[in-house]
Write a protein that binds this ligand. Sequence first.
Ligand SMILES: Nc1ncnc2c1ncn2[C@@H]1O[C@H](COP(=O)(O)OP(=O)(O)O)[C@@H](O)[C@H]1O
Ligand SMILES: [Mg+2]
Length: 332
Amino acid sequence: MIEIKNLQKFFQIKAKFSNHKTVHAVRNVNLTIPSGGALCLIGESGCGKTTIGRMLCGMENPSSGSIIIDGQDISKLKRGARAKLLQKVQLIHQDPYQALNPTHTIEQMMKATLKKMAKQKKKDADWIRQRMDELLKLVGLDPETILFKYPHMLSGGQRQRVIIARALTVEPEMLIADEVVSMIDVSLRLGILKLLRYLRERHNISILFITHDIASARYLGNDTELYVVYKGMVIERGRTELVIRRPQHPYTQALLSAMPILKGIEKPGKDRFVITSQFRQSEEEPHGCLFADRCPFKQSICDEKRPELIHSDDAYHACFFPKVRQVAAESI
Ligand SMILES: Nc1ncnc2c1ncn2[C@@H]1O[C@H](COP(=O)(O)OP(=O)(O)O)[C@@H](O)[C@H]1O
Ligand SMILES: [Mg+2]
């Protein structure tokens, strides 16, 4: 099980000709992912999703807050123990074209990581061969046809599968899938999403799924929790289906309204609206709601006080004037 408590991240940006700036990339984020569970972070570009993922797998240190993996706070561990614990969390990157070494065949690459595991487990070369076949088959690849290939000979979808197989060599408890389908062909996306779902259902691997596309979150299973992030803050959360059907925060509603209308919908709900103003990092930290400058339903209190995440109708939202505006979820 993985827990994040009050996680915050500030970045100092050094500017040449003006004062240094601080970006508050992640604000007091709390989340829990049980083993085999799935949690989806959604929000537009720059809202802090990747930073949360990078902190969770130890690539970035939090400014404050804690990350607890299987009951152990990673910041309180010595280097060796920390690295061992962090092996349980593997990050899969958005870009399958950059994540593989172009000069290595798939066999060389898989063997290199499996050798380390074999050493840890005191296993021999037969075990490596067997495990390599097993993992490639698990991710839906045929070892015989793929092992001798170089990355450039594979499709984006195949590459992403190889990267998942490589991540599985260390027997992780959790995969962080950061925009994993955004750079591969649309026709291959569903296959990757199904694979992630299979890994959680059959192999009890939890998934932190990071996306800006709500539609893909739905493929991970009915019990997926959806966290909507805006400027580093979770502004709404709940079961994915519930949030999609009954979004309460205007930002979530705007995200859903921006979804393309596909099959199964007669006409969009009359409450659909679109936010036209651009997202930008504010120069000065606002006192009030982070979304107030773009919100069409803003009242004066929204500029004065920041709403906290409160429980309502089986979900949580951070808005003073939440209103359930029906969005036709079937259309996604
Ligand atoms: N290493 C860094 N140095 C400075 N600013 C950063 C760094 N990484 C991320 N940021 C800033 O933090 C914010 C969140 O970024 P990121 O987590 O990449 O968002 P997302 O993945 O949601 O697009 C952005 O404003 C980004 O510019
Ligand atoms: Mg990102």
